[in-house]
Design a protein around this ligand. Structure first.
Ligand SMILES: [Zn+2]
Length: 180
């Protein structure tokens, strides 16, 4: 295959990937990270597909969100699906993210809940795990895998379902999710 043909093919693959991510609701940072297309190109694609300009502003660069109670349960559910897929099938990161995110929202909807984790947050979560800023730890009570800080003490760790914060009361919402 000649070089120009190859680059045209690669370009169309990049556009296809960007389009898929935009449809999932990804923000510009995700598109810039997961495709090789230029910023200007991505902006144009975004407007064309989403029918509006991408929202401005940086994503918060903090792991806190993923560790708060209900958010943690949603994040853990997503990450468990993501990790499962990485063992079960060979997909590139963008495909794996998209597939895992679809499965996450399906499961949330089946439970009659609202998806707290946006696609862009899901992407951010995977980046934090790749950078060893977050990991999964098994709950010492239910044995489910939950998103935690890397140095969580596994012997004493209890998840947000087994040990909900006092303010949570008897919320049936989070309990509707099974993580094990
Ligand atoms: Zn537990």
């Amino acid at each position: 295959m000649s070089a120009p043909t190859k680059s045209v093919l690669n370009e169309s693959k990049q556009i296809e990937r960007a389009a898929m991510l935009i449809q999932m609701g990804a923000r510009m940072q995700v598109l810039e990270s997961e495709t090789t297309l230029s910023y200007e190109r991505l902006i144009r694609l975004y407007k064309e597909i989403a029918g509006k300009s991408p929202s401005k502003g940086q994503l918060p660069f903090s792991t806190d969100w993923f560790l708060t109670w209900q958010e943690n349960i949603h994040s853990s559910l997503f990450l468990n699906i993501y990790e499962y897929l990485s063992k079960a099938v060979t997909l590139d990161t963008a495909e794996q993210l998209t597939k895992a995110y679809r499965l996450y929202t399906e499961q949330i909807e089946t439970a009659g809940l609202e998806a707290l984790l946006s696609f862009t947050r899901a992407w951010r979560l995977v980046k934090f795990v790749d950078a060893n800023m977050l990991t999964r730890t098994a709950c010492s009570s239910c044995k489910g895998q939950f998103v935690t800080e890397p140095y969580e003490n596994a012997r004493h760790y209890q998840c947000g379902l087994c040990n909900p914060p006092a303010r949570a009361g008897k919320s049936k919402n989070a309990g509707a999710l099974m993580l094990h």
